[in-house]
Design a protein around this ligand. Sequence first.
Ligand code: NAD
Ligand code: WQD
Length: 336
Amino acid sequence: MKILVTGGTGYIGSHTCVELIQAGHEVVIVDNLYNSSIDVLDKIEAICGVRPSFYEVDILDKEGLEKVFEENDFEAVIHFAGYKAVGESVAIPLTYYENNIAGSINLYQLMKKYEVRNLVFSSSATVYGDDFEVPFKEEYGLGTTTNPYGTTKKMNEMIITDMNLADKNNSAVLLRYFNPIGAHHSGLIGEIPNGIPNNLVPYIAQVASGQRDYLRVWGNDYDTVDGTGVRDYIHVVDLAKAHVKAIEYAASHKGTEVINIGTGRGYSVLEVLHAYEKACGQEIPYQIMDRRPGDIAVCYADTKKAEELLNFKAVYDIDRMCEDSYRFTCNLQKDR
Ligand code: NAD
Ligand code: WQD
């Protein structure tokens, strides 16, 4: 299939492009390089021997985006492009709504105009909010989101669902990612945090590689195995492979499906820290702090639907996630 990948030079997008190309698909990337670098194209080419087509276009620029549709006959779209920093979304909500909602609507309108009927959208476990019991099941529906970023994911899910109710020939898979971490085992692509990382593993990676002194653990008084927060971490390469299955599913079914992508198993902050210590061969200092506002105690996926509909099951374990993260972090430092 010829697939448009918005946000394809980003963290999850770049890994997905690799898996799509390796599965025999043709990839065209649209990205404005707001949070990624053009060098990623060289890295994708080094890994799979094929360089994806690339357009430096902002999805808010509808005319620019339309040119991409005019020049290509797409069968499907995987839509990653968007802003993703939870705290920032609280500070500048309109910027988040503009980019993640107005930008997405431009894309969906062009898909309609050019009759591109198959879509995979990057949603998030954050849409469950704090309303439900773990494991989170797709049938729970949408919870109460706690920040504008999460609300943009929820609104996109609603928009796509309505759009497809109005046009029964459309097809969409809304993937609710849990906590993607790790990097490609080549060490060539991975997550490059912008400024001080908010997320756990990018922060641990910077402590392990000497860029920060210690990890601040946000609370150890939750009702969990050791009191620290529990999350369902999934290797980004597993997540990328799920996209290949999801887009192939979308191309052969009609309607809208919401599907969790996680491992179905949670790890506490300290369990992740210890796995990372094993991966980097050194102790990682930490201090226990107060809880971070907005955090929930435990979050992990019910993965049955992904297994049943997509025949997808994550294979990489937490040790491998940390090893791959550390390799990429060390390579990044060598390059600087
Ligand atoms: P990322 O920031 O690495 O990738 C997003 C890409 O989109 C970047 O390359 C950025 O330059 C591009 N982009 C942003 N706005 C754009 C615009 N207006 N026009 C064109 N390109 C634009 O983020 P990621 O971690 O790869 O996340 C990809 C998607 O998955 C996002 O939609 C994110 O919200 C979602 N998601 C991420 C996580 C996570 O923990 N990383 C979890 C759940 C969902
Ligand atoms: C994980 C655990 C923290 C940092 C976020 C978004 C979510 C999704 C994934 C996009 C928690 C603890 C963290 C640190 C810590 N993104 N922690 N010290 O909050 O589960 O999810 O990213 O959709 O929407 O909210 O991920 O990595 O920030 O935190 O102790 O320096 O690690 O309290 O228990 P989270 P996270």
